[in-house]
Design a protein around this ligand. Sequence first.
Ligand SMILES: [Zn+2]
Length: 306
Amino acid sequence: MKEFFRRTRKGFASEQGPQEQTQIPDDLWVKCTSCREIIYKKELNDNLKVCPKCSHHMRMSAREWIGLLDVGSFSETDSNLLPTDPLGFVTPDEAYADKLKKSQQRTGMTDAVISGVGSINGLWLAIGVGDFAFMGSSMGSVYGEKMARAAERAADLGIPLLTVNTSGGARQQEGVIALMQMAKVTMALTRLAEARQPHIAILVDPCYGGVTASYPSVADVIIAEPGANIGFAGKRLIEQIMRQKLPAGFQTSEFMLDHGMIDMVVARSDLRDTVARLLRLFSGRPRPAEPAEPVTPAPTYATGRA
Ligand SMILES: [Zn+2]
């Protein structure tokens, strides 16, 4: 009997934050974080991680975002960039160096961004994608360097830049070096502008702090996913400082669209086609006479992180 009470409920909670905590033990079923519907995981993955019942857009990893490019077109760049601990940052809870190691083991990534070159409908672009699972996709030196190099690579190759942006803000543990990244990436974008190539930024839930306040907000086209939370400081913090209630829907994509902060809200299922249309528009190429080949690639991420 004693053993029964001591039994730990293994598998009912993961260490990966609130989104993953809704997973059901055998990993085959996922509970929608919005409508609480239990969804077969394969069905959810086949639907690009959009809830089939309420259309809630769940988080995708950077690798899953890469899966939206043409099959086999992606080649990763700058994967050799590794984060350092310039301040020797330690809190009573944990040292930054240890936190980095743990995040690397858990996600299989070296830092919060994956960058490279790939194509959408045969149109080539440089790409940088943030992954919220890696320390809240906070912008440290590696994040900034990868995004800046992606912009410079796009300028050098004469191709557009696509960034997929999700972040909790600057990486506090890297102090002023983290803050510098805002200016660095934005400066790299001026080279892209000189090369007369566009930057298309996709804002994904959640997108906050120094990321929202820098390079994605000066993109040529700013796209957001439906219902994504986008802002600088969080709603609660602003309410505390201003001592007044903020309107409903404040900081959602739709609110941002109404107030001119972004250009369009696009459902994930339409994202590939929308980006392809924009790329074609910017390239000045005519619409292909032949109907395009099937546009949606088979999702390559159903088995988890590659
Ligand atoms: Zn739902």
